[in-house]
Design a protein. Structure first.
Length: 144
């Protein structure tokens, strides 16, 4: 049987983080799991949104409670909504150009439920995203 995690390395890492049965994960693992950079994690910590559960003495290494990270991700996860009549839709290429990131980043955001297509065309499976959803996502990361 094919393991879908072998196709995408980051999913394998996320699976490993979850399956190792540890209460705590490192800053880099949080960033991998949540699909954002260390600077975003630091800003979330400064705002008191996602704070380390422990800081190791001496090294200053920050450890986060896995349940806190999962809870944060569940709170920001976006459910797909059908596009409104006459709503402007964008292809994945247009979204990447608009947001200045690669298709692999878009795929990661979609896998994490942070930016989901408003419509998937039958046949070619082309994903179309609502311009309003894309703008909303970009606004949400600017606030962080």
């Amino acid at each position: 049987m094919l393991d879908p995690f072998k196709e995408q390395g980051y999913l394998r890492k996320v699976r490993d983080i979850i399956m190792r049965n540890s209460e705590f994960i490192t800053s880099s693992e949080v960033c991998e799991y949540c699909c954002f950079s260390l600077s975003v994690l630091n800003r979330l910590g400064d705002q008191g949104i996602l704070v380390p559960a422990r800081v190791l003495p001496g090294s200053g290494k920050r450890l986060y409670a896995l349940e806190d990270v999962k809870s944060y991700m569940a709170s920001i996860r976006k459910e797909p909504e059908p596009p409104a009549q006459g709503e402007e839709l964008m292809t994945s290429g247009q979204v990447c150009e608009y947001c200045c990131f690669s298709k692999s980043v878009l795929n990661r955001l979609e896998d994490h439920g942070l930016l989901v297509p408003a419509k998937v065309l039958p046949g070619n499976k082309k994903r179309l995203y609502s311009l309003a959803d894309v703008k909303s996502y970009m606004d949400s990361i600017k606030r962080v």
